[in-house]
Every structure is written in C-alpha cells, then in structure tokens.
Design a protein around this ligand. Structure first.
Ligand SMILES: [Fe+2]
Length: 565
C-alpha cells in the first residue's frame, strides 16, 4: 500500500484550490452566485494623458435572470494576464443606466497601452486594450476616422479593417446608429443579410434607443474595434432623428411622436449610456471637447446639431418663388448659427490657446463648399426619373463644364449663353446639401477667419455624406486656410444610390469639374479614413471596400493626400 507523503498531499490540495479559484468549477456547476453576462464586450474612449473612460454592459444571466444591480470590479493592467495591476475600483451596472457601466480610470501614464477588464465574482468580461494620449513632444499619430454605420445597409467591415492599419485611436463623427424602422432607409437587403433592426419601429423612446444600441453593439466587427482602440465620438443627426436641429428634426413629428425635447433626452441618455464618452455634468448636450496629442495635434470635437443649429433651409422653400427670397436671406444671414455663439467662442479660445502643430476639427457635416450652379441643381433636383429628365440633367452638366473649360482656355470664344451660365448673378452657386456648412456660410467663414488670423494649420474631418472627399477650405476671398478630409460611410449608401444612371467615375469627374475646391471624390464605396500626423506632414488615406453586402470583400488603400506643414 502506498501512503502519500505530506508534501504530495499539500500539492494536491493546492491544485484543487487553484481550480476553484479560477472559477472553472463554480461556473460549471452554477455555483452559489448567478453568473454575470458581458454580452456587448468592453470599450474605451476619451483618452487623456492620465486617464481613459472604460465601458461595459453587465447583466445577470442564466436560469435566474434578475435585474438586480451588479457591483463590478474594474482593473487596468500592464499585462494581459492582469498580474501587474495599475488601477482598479468598482462600478455598478444597474437598470437606471440600461445595465451599462462606465468608469473614468485615472492615474495612468501618458502614451501607454493598457489592458482592462471588468469582473463580478467569477464572471469576467472580455479583455480590452486602451491607450492614453502621448506626452508633449509626440512625433507621430494615426487616427482611424469613421461615420455613418447603418446596420441594415451592410456589414461593418470598415471597423475591423481599421485594426489592421496600426491606428492609435478611433474617431467617430456620428451616425453611429440610425433611428429608422425595420422597413426604413437603406433596409432593402437587411433580411438577406440577417440585419433587420430592432426594435422594428422607429426609435423614439429611451427603450427604443437602448435596444438599437444593443443590436449595433452585438456586431462582431464593432465589438472588435471597441475592444482594441479608444474611441473619441460625437453624434450627428441619426443618433436622434434625421436632420436634427435646435428645435426639431426632419424625421420628427411633434405631437404624434411626442415632444422633440423628450425624444432628444431619451436619445442622449442612451448615447451616454452606450458610448465610451466622458459624461460631465447633467447637460448631456454639451459634448464639444478637445484632445491634445502631445503637442502634435489638437483635436477639437464639435457639436453641430442640438446646442446651436438653426433649422435647415429646404429646397422646397428655395424652389417656391413665394418663399425663395426669405430662404436665401436666412442662408446668407451674417448671424446664422450652426454651432451656437457659446460653442464658437469656446472653439476660438481653444484654437488660440493650443500650440499644437495641427489644429484638427472633428465634426459631422462637410465644411468645404459643395456648390453647384442653379442650372445644374434644378435639373438634378427633379423628382422626374424619366430618360428625358436624365438627359436634361446630363445636358445641364455638359453645358456648364464646357463653358468653364472655354473660359479657362479661350475666353474670347464664350457665347452669350455661356457667359450667362458662368455669371453667379444669373446662375447662382448653391450648396447641394443645405444641412451641411453650405447652409451656414457665416459660421464657416467665422471658423476659417479665426484659424487664418491665428496662423493655424487647419485640418477638418467630416462625415455625413457616406462618400469620400478631399477639399481645400477657402475663405470668401478665396484665400486657402486648410484642408478637409471626409470619411466615407461605414455602410450607409452613397451617391451611387441617387445617381444610379451615371458611372461612378463620371460622377466623381462631374463633382471635381464643377467644384473648384474639391480635389478628390469617391462616390460609390464605403470604408474609413486613416489620418497620419507628423510635425512635417499630415496625410489622409481612404481605405475603401468593394462591398458591404457580403461577408467576403476586398479592401484597398484607394487614395492618399498629403499636406506639408
Ligand atoms: Fe449618415
């Protein structure tokens, strides 16, 4: 008979307690505690040099699902095994916040990568990676820039592809969700892709918006992105309702859909619950804020929807002779607001105070001019989709481009009709999207004049259009102030949907031909924008996808624009 030695016995006991300690035994048999589920992974955001916001969603799961609050322990570590803890604490996930939990983890070192996770008893969240902002003297920065992710419109390949280009941080310029119902905008192929939205109705209440965020955050590509890169985000309109402004939205009907103010409150509460944004104070609208990337770049994130935006002017108003003069006067008003006076003052102060090499605006809609002559706009704006109408639109474009080319090469050959086409008093130039800065020229001129007067190198990031653009930013006197890089949508359809009859290369040619300040356009592919900053240069590379409608796809660096300091 073999008798185990005391040493062997202690060894066996230690092995048993190690197994119990790992949670494997308790999890397998259910244990005394109900397990906690982390169904939406983890996220980080709003990094500063010494802190970062950490996020998760935690709920009791299993047989005894309960809505009781859960006290989570959060941990930040130098290593993925969490043997070198840097910071930790507790945070509560509860019904009042839709079972999301956010913590501002501080006491971190500048320019460092960390691992983080949440746990409750033996239940542990996936491990996330986060990165603080660099200390002064930074010489390189890579930002992956996104906008317009529409769940029913396609797969979110752009989000996971951005992890392959060594980006340091993610910037989201809005339309992170869309509010539409299951049979709404861009949902034609949703069922075949298994991407029909929940709830099926349009998002109006807090519970609606929460369900919509939960669905988006169940997307595997978005989950990966959030687990790996800190995100700096602002909303655009669809986090609330299409074409939102200070007092309402195109897609909100006061009364039958409740009060707009209540809808805004619900939408913003859900946004702050689900996004890894540093929520400060009780005014949830106040999200404009700045980030300094070690003196290399200052990123000023703007709010252009709810704190100051006057209502958009519509083409209906402009095309009706009875309302056109007043509509034009509204657009041209020197006091017309997009950001509101208070935010504008704040931005001017931030630009003046920052000594960073590059001053970057992270914001929603195109700031650059996208002005078309009325002769083309009125031909394109027709609801008539007949062959004759398309022919007329093509003719209007050809006539204008021919006149422009003649003016450049042999002005003496211009006919009176061509001279009239090129005369802005007879054929005025008008932005084709009056929801963008083109509908708020005074606000744009103030931003550009400020940057110019301060001698800043201005880079503007924009989303909203679902297409890729690079434009010069010029003041009314045509002086060059900066450059705008516009990211295509993650999945929302672009101009190929509206101008289906024209080959995309021709659409891009028309845009760059008509608009002098527009230098690059891709109007039919989705993707993301990688911005790289050094003290000498800023460059933007558009990574575009051949499709968002299939699980298999190709991605390629389609175009790069570099600007020297
Ligand atoms: Fe969008």
């Amino acid at each position: 008979m073999h008798t185990p030695s005391r040493r062997q016995f202690i060894f066996k006991l230690a092995s048993v307690s190690a197994v119990v300690g790992s949670g494997a035994v308790l999890s397998a048999c259910g244990g005394s505690e109900e397990p906690v589920r982390f169904d939406y992974g983890v996220a980080s955001g709003d990094p500063l040099a010494d802190r970062i916001v950490l996020w998760t969603h935690a709920k009791h799961g299993g047989l005894l699902e309960t809505s009781a609050p859960i006290t989570l322990t959060w941990q930040v570590s130098h290593d993925a095994a969490f043997t070198q803890l840097v910071a930790s604490g507790t945070v509560v996930s509860e019904a009042a916040n839709g079972f999301t939990a956010k913590v501002d983890a501080s006491g971190l070192s500048a320019g460092r990568s960390y691992f983080f996770r949440f746990r409750s008893g033996d239940s542990v969240s996936p491990v996330g990676q986060a990165r603080t902002l660099p200390a002064q003297g930074a010489t390189a920065l890579r930002l992956a820039v996104f906008s317009c992710a529409n769940y029913p419109a396609g797969y979110f390949h752009a989000y996971s592809e951005a992890l392959k280009v060594q980006a340091d941080y993610a910037v989201h310029l809005g339309d992170y969700i869309y509010e539409y119902p299951a049979d709404g905008y861009a949902s034609e192929t949703a069922a075949s892709m298994g991407r029909v939205v929940v709830p099926a109705n349009e998002c109006i209440t807090l519970d609606d918006y929460r369900q919509r965020y939960a669905q988006y955050r169940s997307d595997p590509d978005l989950k990966q992105l959030h687990a790996r890169l800190p995100m700096i985000a602002v909303w655009d309109d669809h986090e609330i309702a299409n074409d939102a402004h200070l007092g309402g939205a195109e897609n909100h009907t006061e009364g039958s859909e409740g009060r707009f103010a209540d809808r805004v409150s619900a939408a913003l509460k859900a946004y702050h619950e689900w996004m890894p944004i540093r929520t400060q104070g009780s005014d949830l609208k106040q999200i404009y804020r700045s980030f300094d990337f070690g003196g290399l770049a200052a990123l000023h994130m703007l709010e252009t929807r709810l704190v100051g935006r006057e209502a958009q002017v519509t083409f209906g108003e402009l095309l009706n002779p009875a309302t056109a003069p007043a509509a034009l006067a509204r657009i041209a008003s020197p006091t017309r607001q997009l950001m509101g006076a208070q935010q504008m003052q704040w931005l001017q102060g931030q630009l003046a105070a920052s000594t960073a090499t590059w001053q970057v605006l992270g914001q929603q809609t195109l700031m650059a001019e996208m002005a078309f002559p009325v002769s083309i706009l009125s031909a394109l704006n027709s609801t008539d989709t007949s062959a004759e109408a398309q022919q007329a639109a093509q003719q209007a474009i050809t006539d204008y481009l021919t006149a422009k080319a003649t003016a450049a090469q042999a002005p003496q050959l211009l006919t009176p009709q061509q001279q009239a086409l090129l005369d802005p008093s007879l054929n005025p130039l008008l932005g084709y999207n009056l929801d963008a800065w083109d509908g708020y020229p005074a606000a744009r001129e103030t931003v550009l004049a400020t940057a110019q007067a301060l001698g800043k190198r201005l880079v503007v990031l924009a989303g909203d259009t679902h297409n890729a653009w690079h434009s010069e930013l010029r003041r009314l006197d045509r002086s060059l102030v900066g450059h705008e890089f516009a990211t295509p949508g993650v999945s929302s359809p672009g101009l190929e949907d509206y101008l289906a009859a024209l080959p995309p290369a021709q659409v891009a040619q028309i845009f760059t031909g008509v608009i002098d300040t527009l230098k690059y356009a891709d109007t039919h592919r989705r993707g993301f924008l990688l911005m790289q900053f050094t003290p000498q240069q800023v460059s933007g590379t558009w990574y575009l996808l051949d499709t968002v409608k299939s699980r298999t796809y190709q991605v390629f660096a389609a175009h790069t624009v570099s600007v020297n300091a």
